[in-house]
Design a protein around this ligand. Structure first.
Ligand code: IMP
Ligand code: MG
Length: 182
């Protein structure tokens, strides 16, 4: 893995694909263990960033399950705008369903908080959150994911779904902004 450059910013290797894959499999095992026998959970992948994680996690969860997608956006460049826009809504009925939200990263927590509040209106049986990455020191609201791949410091990262203004989502490994670790 070499360093990569986007928009004049340099990123260095941070979490490689083997570590990601190993954690995804562990999370899948935990989710399966926690799901009551016979329930068919509905995974909700938060687009765009969570799609590689959702794809790997959903296939690793070896049980009957459904998946759907919602599109939210709150970031511009390397900072959050603080405003969460719902760009694409859900068509599924969540009443009495066991819902597992799949997120790429929880930073301030605003996105996931707003999403949980919205989904609760439909009275699901349960809502759990699986986030590949979690920045505990950046969280501004009272949210904690049920399943976390990696807890990381408050640094800007890209790859495996995470972007810088739309770029870098297709990197198979995760990189961190070099300036933030110097
Ligand atoms: P939050 O609402 O502040 O928790 O931000 C959540 C969203 O911001 C995530 O779903 C990402 O799309 C984006 N985000 C947060 N931190 C990063 C990062 O380090 N790199 C890329 N995107 C990020
Ligand atoms: Mg996201």
């Amino acid at each position: 893995m070499k360093q990569v450059t986007y928009n004049g910013l340099t990123f260095v290797p941070y979490i490689d694909r083997e570590r990601i894959a190993a954690r995804v499999n562990q999370i899948a095992t935990e989710i399966k263990r926690d799901c009551p026998q016979g329930s068919i959970p509905l995974f909700i992948c938060v687009l765009n960033g969570a799609f590689p994680f959702a794809s790997d996690l959903f296939r690793a969860v070896d049980m009957d399950a459904e998946i759907t997608f919602i599109r939210l956006k709150s970031y511009e460049g390397t900072g959050t705008t603080g405003v969460v826009k719902e760009v694409m809504g859900l068509s599924e009925n969540l009443k009495d369903r066991r819902v597992i939200i799949i997120e790429d990263i929880i930073d301030t927590g605003n996105t996931i908080k707003r999403l949980i509040e919205d989904l609760k209106k439909q009275e699901p049986a349960d809502i759990k959150v699986a986030s590949l990455l979690f920045k505990p020191q950046a969280v501004q609201c009272n949210v904690a994911p049920d399943y976390v791949g990696f807890e990381i410091p408050t640094k800007f990262i890209i790859g495996y779904g995470l972007d810088l203004d739309g770029m870098a989502r297709n990197l198979p490994d995760i990189y961190v902004l070099k300036e933030s670790i110097d």
